[in-house]
Design a protein. Structure first.
Length: 318
């Protein structure tokens, strides 16, 4: 734990010097230079989601994983080159997918308005579209991000872990200028998607000398997860849905937490602090309150900037 604290402190200094809340972003950034930018991105996301219902969750997660490293600079899209292993090849990102959606949008944008729209802006818009196509709220995405030139797999260790406790979560979010309110609202993104067994297996067997199962988990829920994730299971795609409606953006995630059916330790940890517990209760009882808070926190998170250029190819620096 001591080594983690030192590493995190060093990374926090790096993060705060490399990124900032994007004061240069604006809603009309492309009105004159590429007025169809939003439409082109939305079309690419819609076409992909029509063929594969897992695309929205993948794009939303991709945006989070991008913003939490060096700011929302599309560094997660860069390919590894030579001896440099990029973020997408870090352990926490190996299950990311649907990069082709960003490529498709970028290709059309380059033919319509070359050299204008950043990959970081495309990813931010695609994350918004992913929520909308899943039945969630829409919002105007502030634009004007630049793309980063650095991507290191070693830095993905700084992503919030599914095993984090509430103190670790608070520290991770606060280092990025995000509050406890943002933590609870943005955790609601777990209403979409699927998790592999490795993300929660430590909670369902051999949890501690005193308990085989995490006491914070509903025993019957743990039993169902053990059936999905048998011992020595080698199936790469074994796992569980994040909530009971994994392709619909709703507030079921919070209701399940109150039933001790949060999939990750980090999900259930939201009940371990009065303020976050109160917000879980509020969002569980009101989808409107959740979606309103989620939109505000998404705009705040996606406004953490840190790039330097407009890439011609989202997978490579210029």
């Amino acid at each position: 734990m001591a080594s983690f604290a030192v590493a995190f402190s060093h990374f926090a200094i790096l993060l705060l010097t490399a990124v900032s809340l994007g004061s240069s972003l604006s809603l009309d950034y492309y009105d004159k230079t590429c007025p169809s930018a939003d439409f082109i991105v939305t079309k690419a996301v819609r076409n992909a989601a029509y063929k594969d219902k897992t695309v929205p969750a993948a794009l939303l997660r991709m945006h989070f994983h991008d913003c939490f490293i060096r700011g929302c600079d599309a560094s997660v899209l860069l390919n590894s080159v030579g001896n440099n292993k990029a973020e997408k090849d870090g352990p926490a990102n190996l299950s990311l997918h649907s990069f082709f959606v960003i490529d498709d949008a970028k290709k059309e944008l380059e033919s319509y308005c070359p050299g204008v729209v950043s990959c970081a802006d495309i990813l931010a818009m695609a994350a918004r579209d992913a929520v909308v196509l899943s039945g969630g709220p829409t919002w105007d995405v502030p634009k004007g991000r630049k793309d980063g030139r650095t991507s290191k797999a070693s830095e993905t260790i700084q992503l919030p872990s599914p095993a984090f406790n509430i103190s670790q979560l608070q520290q991770s979010f606060s280092q990025r200028g995000l509050s406890l309110d943002d933590l609870v609202a943005l955790s609601g993104a777990h209403t979409l998607g699927f998790a592999h067994c490795s993300s929660f297996e430590g909670r369902i067997r051999n949890f501690s000398p005193a308990s085989n199962v995490d006491p914070a988990m509903n025993p019957s829920f743990a039993g169902s997860l053990r059936n999905m994730c048998p011992v020595n299971n080698k199936a790469k795609n074994a796992g569980a849905n994040m909530d009971t409606s994994p392709t619909t953006f709703d507030n079921n995630y919070y209701r399940l937490i109150l039933q001790k059916k949060g999939l990750f330790s980090a999900d259930q940890a939201l009940l371990n602090f009065p303020k976050t517990k109160n917000l879980v209760n509020e969002f569980a009882s009101s989808k409107e309150a959740f979606t309103r808070a989620f939109v505000n926190s998404m705009i705040k998170m996606s406004s953490i900037t840190g790039g330097q250029e407009i890439r011609k190819n989202c997978r490579a620096v210029n």
